[in-house]
Design a protein around this ligand. Structure first.
Ligand code: ISE
Length: 328
């Protein structure tokens, strides 16, 4: 889904890049996607695109469990990479990828945590950093999706959805998350029978900021991601739906998003434009592979907390010098 979205984005909105190849083992899908990218070819393997010298940068938008086998040849080719989240599904494979990148001695991988490019998240981070409202004490996060598909299971609540909070919370707070708990409550009867939905995730940062995340992925009405930040001297809120208000028939209505594709459209545009501009200089401009590793580690702890019902403390490997300037 994101691959096709990025093909259209690069073709229609982004300057400094053009889509030259779309790779999918299912050639029918690749062929459909290149219809939106004049001059691009459809291929079944990334190796084909690399060997034919067709690409000088790559966006990886396969499901997370297929990232590693695509990341390795792209890294070996030494080209800039935008890898959709998660970097890989677990910390061990993320460490392997980071180790490979360190051997090359430069950061080629940017991870697609697009919330870091959302204007309101950026404003909130700046408010927290400035200390204008005092110290940050707590965050209340709501992450709501309309429905989930057949392949989506309980661990994915953490590894596919809360993965975003696992990245954005330490980024906002400016410090790591050190412990995680997960509680399952009354389930939504409209959710698929195998899913315990919604769940409440509680994160603790190094200085003790408490963060509750309502992950609620069969909420039916639409797509909503909001954050309320509690400070010593005030409250801040981001993510409220804006846009045309309509007063009609004794009701007031504002259209809600139904997908992350529209909710975060501007963030994706900014993410991809900045990545393209940086890639042309041989750099990245966003979350690194190490940020990907840290989010994977936190997700792993989250799944353990979800399975055991216990509070799980999180340990990270020491940050290698290549990633020392990383944001948290
Ligand atoms: C999806 O993969 C995303 O990344 C969305 O941002 C998230 O809201 C959704 O829950 C995930 O399944």
């Amino acid at each position: 889904m994101m691959g096709a979205d990025h093909v259209t984005r690069i073709t229609e909105k982004i300057s400094g890049a053009a889509v030259t190849a779309v790779v999918d083992p299912d050639l029918t899908r690749a062929t459909t996607a290149v219809e939106n990218a004049p001059g691009a070819v459809a291929l079944p393997r990334i190796e084909d695109a690399l060997e034919q010298g067709l690409v000088d940068a790559v966006i990886i938008a396969t499901p997370g469990r297929f990232h590693e086998p695509v990341l390795i040849p792209a890294l070996d080719a030494g080209i800039p990479i935008l890898c959709e989240k998660p970097l890989t599904p677990d910390s061990e494979s993320s460490l392997r990828i980071a180790a490979r990148e360190q051997e090359l001695g430069r950061t080629l991988i940017q991870v697609g945590f697009m919330r870091r490019f959302d204007a309101e998240y950026i404003q909130l981070k700046e408010l927290i950093r400035s200390g204008d409202a005092g110290h940050l004490l707590a965050l209340h996060c709501a992450h709501r999706n309309p429905t989930t598909g057949a392949g989506y299971d309980d661990p994915m609540l953490i590894t596919d959805s809360v993965a975003h909070e696992m990245d954005i919370v330490p980024w906002l707070a400016g410090e790591p998350v050190v412990a995680v708990e997960v509680r399952k409550g009354r389930r939504n009867s409209l959710a698929p029978s195998w899913l315990n939905d919604p769940q409440m995730v509680l994160l603790e940062t190094e200085s003790g900021v408490l963060v509750d995340v309502e992950i609620n992925v069969n909420v039916q009405f639409g797509y909503q991601v909001t954050t309320q930040a509690v400070f010593e001297r005030g409250i801040a809120e981001i993510g409220r739906t804006a846009g045309l208000g309509l007063w009609q028939d004794a009701h007031r209505a504002v259209a809600e998003h139904t997908s992350f594709k529209t909710r975060f459209a501007a963030a994706y545009d900014s993410e991809i434009q900045r990545w393209v501009t940086a890639a042309r200089r041989g750099e990245i401009d966003g979350p690194s592979a190490w940020d990907g590793y840290r989010a994977a580690t936190l997700c792993e702890a989250g799944v353990e907390a979800q399975t055991t019902g216990r509070r799980v403390e999180v340990q990270y490997a020491p940050t290698p010098p290549l990633y020392a300037s990383s944001s948290h």
